[in-house]
Design a binder for this molecule. Structure first.
Ligand code: PMT
Length: 221
């Protein structure tokens, strides 16, 4: 049995990928499976935490002893995060959230018309949930953790994102064939707002989850 170092704590984890609907049959989405967020939820529960798991479009078995809140879009995820974070000791945003959503939702299926050029899809910005939570902590002393999935200049982009979002920890993972999106494995560097850098070698997503909670526990007041 792991150390019960999250006993008496409430933690919120977001997992999966938001879907932004275009019409009743189509959406803009991403390749997140939710596996990293679910590993975080299982690890926190095993360490004694009360866990709220905000699950965006996942198809994974429910972790035992975890409160699951299903969500669809970024706007719905924001509502769920703000509600759950009100009394949370830590919030970990592992979900891949759409930065933009279609400006309009067509209530009927969009049809192709012979001989006509396809209509462009106008997009509007979604709220940045992580930046909002990190900037305006719903509970004093709350530890806020973000993720960054990057393809280029991974560390430099990660450092810039940590500063921009204002979170305490940022988990930087490089997009690759057998890691990050969809895979059972991951590898990452966890950047701290205090300048710390904790590399986590390639391995099961549970290993990264455990290291993230170790770093969160060190920062809890
Ligand atoms: O689900 P899996 O298949 O296991 O894959 C795991 C993962 C790759 C999805 C995960 O490890 C990961 O990296 N999640 C973040 C994905 C991402 O693309 O993040 P980002 O760089 O777009 O966003 C940075 C951070 O801000 C994230 O914590 C995100 O949740 C948050 N964000 C982003 C946009 C937005 N509008 N609101 C947010 O809160």
């Amino acid at each position: 049995r792991p150390a019960q170092d999250l006993a008496g704590r409430h933690v919120v984890v977001s997992a999966g990928g938001t879907r932004e609907p275009l019409d009743p049959v189509r959406f803009l989405g991403n390749r997140s499976s939710g596996k990293q967020g679910y590993a975080l939820a299982r690890s926190a529960a095993a360490r004694g935490a009360r866990v709220t798991l905000l699950a965006a479009n996942t198809a994974l078995p429910d972790p035992a002893g975890v409160d699951i809140v299903p969500v669809g879009t970024a706007v719905q995820l924001r509502e769920a995060v703000l509600k759950a974070a009100a009394d949370a000791d830590a919030v970990v945003m592992a979900a891949a959230v759409a930065d933009f959503r279609p400006e309009t939702y067509a209530t009927g299926k969009i049809k192709k018309k012979d001989g006509e050029a396809p209509a462009p899809i106008a997009l509007v910005r979604n709220p940045d949930i992580l930046a909002e939570i990190a900037g305006d902590r719903p509970r004093a002393g709350q530890v806020v953790v973000g993720f960054a999935a990057e393809t280029d200049d991974v560390l430099a982009n990660g450092r810039a994102k940590l500063a921009r979002k204002g979170c305490d920890l940022l988990v930087v993972n490089e997009v690759g064939e057998r890691k990050t999106f969809g895979s059972e494995q991951n590898e990452a560097i966890v950047l701290g707002a205090d300048g710390s850098e904790t590399p986590v070698p390639y391995g099961p997503k549970e290993d990264l989850a455990d290291t993230i909670w170790d770093l969160v526990v060190q920062r809890l007041v």
